[in-house]
Ligand binder design. Structure first.
Ligand SMILES: Nc1ncnc2c1ncn2[C@@H]1O[C@H](COP(=O)(O)OP(=O)(O)OP(=O)(O)O)[C@@H](O)[C@H]1O
Length: 370
């Protein structure tokens, strides 16, 4: 079979455009308001990842885009056309679910053919598309097998293949890797990234997994309680989180927040010492945000810095995280080398890597960096 090379311009060089606008989207299930007004622009061929705590409304938003549930209020516009009342099958959108949802009595070929036939495609076109998709996803040896004769990763590839055969303009993936073990997750993750480069479609992907979000996304949408907290590139969100929610949600181990009071150019922690990290915002009281690479530890009680005690150490082979507790009870993590380990309960002094501190309002958690 000839190799299928699809680069950037959609399938077989066909150019499709898929630009989505969500405008003031609200969703209520009877009396329960789940989405409170979502405004979001998704560009053609963008890979957008929705993240947020369980129950924040990620899957609901995806289902509204797919047309599986009606939009209560607001507008969903695809390439300039209002889609609110367009049937799911006519939206040019395909969804891949966490559960795969393959038909157990059909083999892989039939599973992939089913949706394409429903679209009314002629048999030769269905065959051509399946051959193309099977080559791309390495499914050719499996076409005659039933889903129960496949591994989890293979089933997931079939579920993705079934969506691909429809040649959607927009791809929705709802936690597609959550049923896979760690090794398979990273393998299929790489395949999805490659697929996106090759077919060039617009993809919207829901996940709980930080690594998936950071590695796959052009743009991450952080949701909380039915609202968007921030939209940005993985780097934007990591380096300039808009508020304490995003700051502590993105990054692992999570950013610690320390309550501090400003005294001139120093930041004072209640009964626990002070830091002089350079330029500071004007507010009197602040939350100081520290990621593990911002925290520097030295042994013993120093005259400058914050007093802390070691709680425990996580050794990870190439590096280690040391968790220390400040006098005010805040737990911080510091990244150290595997050669620089600390004993539980050891007294240490915390200082900061210059320029690595984040500042947030003590009142509303907004970013305040000078
Ligand atoms: N059909 C429904 N009827 C009533 N409430 C619903 C319905 N579907 C979802 N919800 C509620 O809407 C909220 C958002 O659910 P949703 O599944 O969108 O969250 P999620 O962010 O995808 O969560 P998870 O990460 O756990 O999958 C939840 O509180 C859920 O209970």
């Amino acid at each position: 079979m000839a190799a299928v090379i699809l680069r950037g311009a959609g399938w077989d060089g066909e150019t499709t455009v898929a630009q989505l606008s969500l405008r003031g989207i609200k969703k209520r299930f009877r009396d329960t308001a789940v989405l409170h007004g979502i405004d979001l622009e998704i560009g053609d061929r963008e890979f957008v990842v929705f993240v947020g705590p369980s129950g924040c409304g990620k899957s609901t938003l995806l289902r509204l885009i797919a047309g599986l549930d009606p939009i209560t209020e607001g507008e969903f516009v695809l390439n300039g056309t209002r889609m609110n009342d367009v049937a799911p099958s006519r939206r040019g959108i395909a969804m891949v679910f966490q559960s795969y949802a393959l038909y157990p009595h059909m083999n892989v070929y039939e599973n992939m053919a089913f949706g394409a036939r429903l679209m009314g495609l002629e048999k030769p076109e269905v065959e051509r598309r399946i051959a193309e998709t099977a080559a791309m996803l390495r499914l050719e040896p499996l076409l005659k097998r039933k889903p129960r004769e496949l591994s989890g990763g293979q089933r997931q590839r079939v579920a993705i293949g079934r969506a691909l055969v429809r040649k959607p303009d927009v791809f929705l993936l709802d936690e597609p890797l959550s049923n896979l073990d760690a090794a398979l997750r990273s393998e299929v993750r790489l395949e999805i990234a490659k697929l996106h480069r090759e077919i060039g479609g617009t993809m919207i992907y829901v996940t709980h997994d930080q690594v998936e979000a950071m590695t796959l996304a052009d743009k991450i949408v952080v949701m909380n309680n039915g609202r968007i907290e921030q939209v940005g590139s993985p780097r934007d969100l990591y380096e300039t989180p808009a508020n304490t929610f995003v700051a502590t949600f993105i990054g692992s181990p999570r950013m610690a927040l320390v309550d501090v009071t400003r005294d001139g150019n120093r930041l004072v922690v209640a009964n626990g010492g002070a830091l002089a990290p350079g330029a500071l915002p004007a507010a009197e009281t602040l939350k100081l945000g520290l990621r593990p690479d911002a925290v520097h530890l030295s042994r013993g009680q120093g005259s400058e810095g914050l007093s802390a005690r070691v709680e425990y150490t996580e050794y990870l082979g190439d590096n280690a995280y040391v968790y220390v507790r400040l006098v005010d009870g805040t737990l911080l993590s510091a990244r150290t080398t595997p050669n620089d380990l600390y004993a539980p309960d050891e007294a240490v002094t915390v200082s900061l890597t210059p320029g690595a501190a984040h500042y947030f309002s003590a009142e509303d958690g907004r970013r305040l960096n000078p």
